[in-house]
Ligand binder design. Structure first.
Ligand SMILES: [Zn+2]
Length: 58
């Protein structure tokens, strides 16, 4: 079972914050498998409330 954390990203154009879900390991044992889901350096596309699209490094 995977737990999801909320991370806030700030739009570079209008500075509005958008919450994005980030998968995190539920137990320490799951840490290795969770890394496979969200690799270090992975970037995610985010669209702010005003419709600006930008990338956020997780
Ligand atoms: Zn924006």
């Amino acid at each position: 079972m995977q737990v999801t954390a909320i991370r806030e990203a700030e739009c570079p154009q209008c500075k509005k914050r958008t919450s994005i879900p980030v998968p995190v390991p539920a137990r320490s044992d799951d840490r290795a498998s969770a890394r496979l889901g969200t690799r270090f350096g992975e970037r995610r596309s985010v669209t702010c409330p005003d419709g600006h699209s930008y990338w956020v490094a997780l």
